[in-house]
Each structure stands twice: as C-alpha cells, then as structure tokens.
Ligand binder design. Sequence first.
Ligand code: NAP
Length: 236
Amino acid sequence: MPNALVTGANRGLGLALVRALLTRGDRVIAACRHPGKANDLNRLTGEHPGRLHVLPLDLTDPKSHHELARELPLVLGNDAGEGRIDLLINNAGVLHSGERFGKVTAANLEDSFRTNAMGPFLLTQALAPLLADDAKVANITSELGSIAGVTRFGTPSYNISKAALNMASVLLKHALADRRITVLALHPGWVRTEMGGNEATLPPAQSAESLLRVIDGASLADSGKYLDWNGEPLPW
Ligand code: NAP
C-alpha cells in the first residue's frame, strides 16, 4: 500500500487531498498544527481504520519537522517501521491579505517565508531519509509565485514566498535526483477554501483529483517542472 504524507491536512485543499488519497487506497499521514482539534480528520480516521494517521506539524518550527521524522517510522508500513513515504505533498500555506505598499510588515513577510518556503524546504530535507527511492514530492505553490506572471502589487508576502518555494522545488529536484525522486511545483487553481474564498472556481475535491492525476502522470523527466492542476506549464 503506498504511503502519502500531506501537510495542512485539516482543512481546505489538504483535507480534500487526504480524502482523495484514502479513496484510491493509499495509507495517509495527515500532518496538521492541532490534531486534537482536527475534527474532520479524526472522523475520517474512524472511517478508515489503520489507513489514516494524524500527526502534529508546525511548518514554521524546524524542531517540529524533526519530531515528525522521528514519529513516522512508528506508523509507516509495518511493525519494523521499514515503510517509506511514496508521496509527500507540501500543501500547507498562508496568505496575509490586505497588504499595501508602504505598510508591508516584516512579520507578514517572515511568517509567509517560514510557512510557504522555508517550511516545505526544511521538512523535505528532514524527511528525505524516509522517502522511497523514486518517490514524488509535490510542492503546492501558486501562479502568484510566477515572477514572469506578476501583473500588480497584490499580495507581496505571498508572492515572494511562493517564488522562493518555486526555487526550492528546483533545488530539491537536484538534491534528490540521484535517488530518482521527482519534485514538482504545482499550482492548484483558484480553489474554494478559506484562502481562495467563495468566489473561487474550483471545488477542493476537483482540484485535489486533478493534482493527483498530474502527480501520477509525472515521471523523473518532469522533475523540477512548474505546472498547473491540468499539467500545463507555467512561466517562472
Ligand atoms: P487554507 O484553506 O487557508 O488552508 C491552509 C492550511 O495550511 C491549513 O490546514 C492550515 O492549518 C495550514 N497551515 C498554515 N500555516 C501552517 C503552519 N505554520 N504549520 C502547519 N500548517 C499550517 O488554504 P488552501 O486554499 O487549502 O491552500 C492549500 C495550498 O494551496 C496552500 O499552499 C496555498 O498557498 C495553495 N494555493 C491555494 C489557492 C486557492 O485558491 N485556495 C490558490 C493557489 C495556491 P491551520 O488550520 O492550523 O491554520
């Protein structure tokens, strides 16, 4: 049974990815900040005995990455803890809205960078020994991380952090290439979540299913690509 790990799994796109992975038969490790409060995940755990494990993770705290890495062998694969992660989806992210030029704060920039760029990069590094050879790492970025695609001063902390995540994705491709691990930077579309808002065009389940299709269809030759939920390339 393939093992998949999803960050930011308690709501939004992360929760939809967990549901889609469970439906197709994977064992899922759902990482979130507050497992005790993750009611939807805890309900799903009951519906999928032994196939869904909810573990704590705060992406902004490297200690938390290492604690997750220590706990994982206990839930992965078999009693000897010899299982590996076949798919790591770095989904968790934050968007500080309402930023205006002249009023952008160091706190917003720092939190965005720590959550959206530093977190996925350092978590992938910490979990690398637990990734299967020829595993896949999907970094959920955004079209707003495209330097070529910027048209306005909208959400600078978010744009900057997602552009950094795009760079991190290409660097991780190189770091993991000798283990035949494929790394993708994926834009999920405009998704109806707390972040995307009610006007967004895609239901989370549809985005999740499309993203999994793109991930499944990707091979090592695609590693380092920046793609949307339909598998279409985006300009850097
Ligand atoms: P969301 O509804 O706001 O959910 C964000 C998730 O990230 C929540 O589970 C949240 O946990 C988690 N998270 C935030 N900071 C964290 C931290 N420090 N440690 C661990 N988890 C943390 O957003 P979403 O729409 O599902 O977004 C998922 C991903 O898609 C993000 O990377 C986002 O940038 C990207 N994206 C979304 C859209 C869109 O239209 N929605 C478009 C482009 C890209 P808590 O519940 O604890 O806060």
